[in-house]
Structures are given as structure tokens and as C-alpha cells.
Design a protein around this ligand. Structure first.
Ligand SMILES: O=c1ccn([C@@H]2O[C@H](COP(=O)(O)OP(=O)(O)O[C@H]3O[C@H](CO)[C@H](O)[C@H](O)[C@H]3O)[C@@H](O)[C@H]2O)c(=O)[nH]1
Length: 343
């Protein structure tokens, strides 16, 4: 992370798990200053006490409020835009709140970064933004469009705008892994929605590696995708039962509101113009101009020959492989040690 030396970084939504983990990683990299921008003063205070690092500066504000983000942006070299409403159910019930934060707020961040001549801006997106069925995914999808439109407009401008997409972060707050572990601890059945449902699985550390990769390699308007393996929910439940040596039953509860049987990280149309970079895919910006005649005469015939990249057709982990992945996570190791200690 040599290229962070002397740089001032801004992390929007910086008090979340992404911001915390990123800070741990970059705080000793020679970075000049890290600005944590968020709404919640309590979380900032807790982070301040925990970090005790004078390089970390805290900014209270809301990305919906352009003035507040402008104040934090002055003198920044690099922005990681992580602030978002990302819970599927709350966005479903309050879609306009998702519009205000994920679309309008992101637009504010992008325009502020351009106005302050920030060198690089990386926007965090999700697989749920592709063929979206819920308000969270739809608004994240539009955030991607807003970022791409700004990049297209800028061309070779001062600010490099890129987006990253990844799948489910294992053990993230409110997600299925901590829920299943809690159910095991309480000796209750594991509530499986649909045993055949699949999700891309990746660690928080891999998500951060993706973001840093985007920062290092981005060309204007790129979308970077982290390739990841997937598992079925049934195999995930079984792997957790095996790890915790639990015999709790599995209860099938059915698909929840606004969820898909599988997720898509890249469409066939994106894949035909993507570059394979090992663990990552670079989807280059669609920079066709607004010349409607071309839309009728110049299509992408290759698109029909390629499948979308989904959690159904990516590498499928076996139960043993899911166990191995789970056991590599510090949170799961801690849960397991506590569970065994309490027995
Ligand atoms: O009781 C449950 C809860 C979930 N699942 C299943 O487990 C998988 C993962 O569910 P999560 O709730 O962990 O993750 P989601 O894919 O639904 O979405 C999660 O990741 C998103 C980001 O991509 C958002 O942050 C969202 O709010 C968060 O729940 C899904 O197949 C789901 O159906 C169950 O089987 N039983």
C-alpha cells in the first residue's frame, strides 16, 4: 500500500464494519490522514476511543447534505464511498429513503469529489444491483449509473471514478451466519429459507482488497467485480452444524420478501467487454455516445453466447469447503471458542 503514503483518505459511512476494517489496514501505511464521515456521533466517539490515533479525523454529516460532504472533501486525495442504506427490508418499506441516500447522496459524493479535484473515488456496490428485485438493489444499481454517467462526462478529467461490486460479506451484521450461530447456541432449529438458494461468499478482508485493487488499477468509469465461490443455504447451515457439533433440526421457512434464488455479479453484456484480472474482473465503461442511430445498427452479437456470472454457475463450495472458509474467519473462531468454553 505504498501508494497511500502521504495521502488524505475520506471514508463515507466510515463507522461501519467496512470502515473499521479498512482503517485497521491503512493506519500504518504512511497515510497522512483518514477522515471518517458519518451521521452517528456515538459510533464515532466509540471509534475515536478505540483507535486513539491522531491521524484519524471524524466528520459528522449526511451524504444527503451536499454542504456537509463538501466540508469533509477539501484537500482529500482518495474517497471510499461506503455510506448506504443496505438492509433489504428497511429499503423495501422506505424506498424513498433508499433513493435519498443511495442515489441522491451518492450523487452528492461524486459531484463533491469532482469539485474538489479528488484523484480517485471508489463507490461500493453489490451483486443485488444487477437485475435488481428490491429497492436496495435498484437504488444501488442507479448509484452505479450515476457514477458511470459522471465518469463518461469527465473523460480524462482530474478525478478517476470507479465502482466495485461484491457478494455477501460473511458474518456481516444482521446476516444469516450470525443468525444461524445464535440459533445453534440457543438449541433452536435453523430457519432455512430455500435450501437451494445460493449466495456468493466472501470475507470482509476480500471486500477491502477489492476496493484497494480498484483504487490502484481504475481507469475512468470501471466497475470491478471480485470473483467468489458460492454455496447453497442448506450447505451453509450444515457446515455450521458440523463446526459447532450441533444436532439442531433444520426448518424450511420459505423465501423472504424481495429476495432472489441466486445473485448475479456480472451480466453477459458486461462480461463480453470485461477484462479478466485473476481474482477480479474489470468491466470497462460503456462510452458509446448518445447517437441513437447506432443503437439500431451496432449491437453486441457476442452477448448471446455468454452466460451471466451468477452464484448458481460460479465455483460451488462443498460442505467441507464452507467449513474451512468459516473457520478462517476470526468472528467464527471467537464464537466457537466461547461456545466450547460454555459447554
Ligand atoms: O433466517 C434466514 C435468513 C437468511 N437465509 C438465507 O441466507 C442467505 C443469505 O441471507 P442474508 O440475510 O445473510 O443476506 P441477503 O443475501 O439476504 O442480503 C444481505 O446482504 C445484503 C448486501 O448484499 C444486505 O446487506 C442485506 O440487508 C443482507 O441481509 C439467503 O439466501 C437467505 O435466504 C436463511 O436461509 N434463513
Amino acid at each position: 500500500m505504498q501508494n497511500l503514503t502521504g495521502k488524505t483518505i475520506l471514508i463515507t459511512g466510515g463507522t461501519g464494519s467496512f470502515g473499521n476494517e479498512l482503517l485497521q489496514l491503512v493506519k500504518d501505511s504512511g497515510v497522512a490522514e483518514v477522515r471518517v464521515f458519518s451521521r452517528d456521533e456515538l459510533k464515532q466517539e466509540q471509534m475515536r476511543v478505540r483507535m486513539k490515533n491522531p491521524k484519524v479525523k471524524f466528520y459528522i454529516g449526511d451524504i444527503r447534505d451536499r454542504q456537509s460532504i463538501d466540508q469533509a472533501m477539501a484537500g482529500v486525495d482518495l474517497v471510499f464511498h461506503a455510506a448506504a442504506l443496505k438492509q433489504v427490508p428497511s429499503c423495501e418499506f422506505f424506498p424513498m429513503q433508499a433513493v435519498m441516500t443511495n442515489i441522491v447522496g451518492s450523487h452528492n459524493v461524486i459531484e463533491a469529489a469532482i469539485a474538489h479535484r479528488v484523484a480517485s473515488l471508489v463507490c461500493l456496490s453489490t451483486d443485488k444491483a444487477v437485475f435488481p428485485v428490491n429497492a436496495m438493489g435498484m437504488t444501488k444499481g442507479l448509484m452505479e449509473k450515476v457514477a458511470t454517467a459522471a465518469a463518461r462526462r469527465l473523460g480524462e478529467g482530474d478525478t478517476m471514478i470507479s465502482t466495485v461490486r461484491y457478494g455477501n460479506v460473511m458474518y456481516s451484521r444482521g446476516s444469516v451466519i450470525p443468525l444461524f450461530i445464535e440459533q445453534i447456541k440457543q438449541g433452536r432449529p435453523l430457519t432455512v429459507t430455500d435450501p437451494n438458494m445460493t449466495r456468493f461468499l466472501l470475507s470482509l478482508r476480500s471486500a477491502i482488497d477489492l476496493v484497494l485493487f480498484a483504487f490502484e488499477h481504475a481507469q475512468q468509469g470501471d466497475i470491478f467485480v471480485r470473483k467468489a465461490p458460492a454455496s447453497t443455504v442448506a450447505d451453509l447451515a450444515q457446515a455450521l452444524k458440523n463446526i459447532f457439533r450441533s444436532d439442531v433440526p433444520i426448518e424450511i421457512i420459505g423465501t423472504r420478501h424481495a429476495e432472489k434464488l441466486f445473485e448475479t455479479l456480472a451480466t453477459s453484456g458486461e462480461l463480453v467487454k470485461s477484462q479478466d484480472m485473476g481474482d477480479y474482473l474489470r468491466i470497462t465503461m460503456d462510452d458509446r455516445d448518445l447517437n441513437y442511430a447506432k443503437y439500431f445498427t451496432e449491437g453486441e452479437p457476442e452477448e448471446a453466447l455468454v452466460d451471466d456470472y451468477t452464484s448458481h454457475n460460479t465455483e460451488r463450495l462443498s460442505v467441507a469447503q464452507v467449513e474451512e472458509l468459516l473457520l478462517s474467519l476470526p468472528d467464527v473462531q471467537r464464537e466457537l471458542a466461547n461456545f466450547q468454553g460454555a459447554r
